[in-house]
Ligand binder design. Structure first.
Ligand code: GLP
Length: 241
């Protein structure tokens, strides 16, 4: 079930996304949210925080699941995706540590940390709302191609494309870790609702293939065609009809 919303620009995408997430939280104050970092949802998160300030959105009973993390990186490292989520989402929305299920990049035993994460997803029964960005190579979280719907939360090697695309966050390829922990495809695809935010001309081709191409492990995001999916894309990402 696909709901595609094409809006004018990044500003409108961020506002539309924030309005949708805010109204979801009002209706589901105890929801389990799966929250991406990456550049695309940052505008959504800051507008969501503004809505909370204006309207007093209650976030105190939400649970928040981290989508991905670099292997070997602790929360204090400036490249930590947890740190990025903490600054952009948790702190502005007043979400306490106890409400968060982390993917600890610096765990002694990362594989068992991934299993513990999946246990927590099961304890929540599933994710209620996933807020996702789209990897330039069609990855979700760090489920690099090929990845099918049975992939569980695990440690993965990053592809060359992802090392390249992530280098814009940290200034150089050399600073991008080569492995990561990612929420599994099974966790992501079993979310009761998903909002995918996509912005910019450089995502146009991969977005078209995601929504209109064959469903294939070679493009993990294509499995979202089978999900309860809302896509918010700006005109640059979708193009003209
Ligand atoms: C990154 C992350 C994803 C993110 C995606 C898109 O590599 N692993 O979680 O959603 O790629 O990022 P951006 O929004 O910066 O384009």
């Amino acid at each position: 079930m696909l709901d595609l919303m094409v809006v004018e620009d990044y500003e409108a995408l961020s506002q539309k996304g924030a309005d949708m997430v805010a109204s979801y939280i009002v209706r589901h104050p105890t929801a389990a949210l799966l929250v991406a970092t990456g550049n695309t949802p940052m505008g959504l998160y800051s507008k969501l925080a503004a809505l909370r300030t204006q309207n007093g959105l209650d976030t105190s009973d939400l649970r928040v699941f981290q989508l991905d993390e670099y292997l070997g990186i602790g929360g204090e490292d400036d490249r930590s995706l947890y740190g990025w989520m903490a600054k952009s989402f948790l702190a502005p929305l007043g979400i306490a540590d106890g409400q968060v299920v982390r993917l600890p990049g610096d765990a002694d035993d990362p594989q068992s940390a991934c299993r513990a994460y999946d246990e927590q997803v099961r304890a929540a029964s599933s994710i209620d709302l996933a807020i996702l960005g789209l990897g330039p190579n069609g990855h979700l979280g760090f489920n690099e191609p090929p990845a099918d719907p049975t992939c569980t939360t695990r440690v993965v090697a990053l592809s060359e494309e992802s090392i390249e695309s992530n280098s814009v966050y940290w200034g150089s390829r050399a600073r991008v870790p080569r492995e990561a922990l990612t929420a599994g495809m099974d966790t992501i695809l079993n979310a009761k609702a998903t909002i995918l935010v996509v912005s910019g001309r450089q995502k146009r081709e991969v977005l078209r293939r995601t929504l209109q191409g064959p469903v294939t492990p070679q493009l993990p995001a294509s499995y979202l065609q089978r999900a309860h999916l809302t896509v918010i894309a700006d005109r640059d990402a979708w193009g003209e009809e």
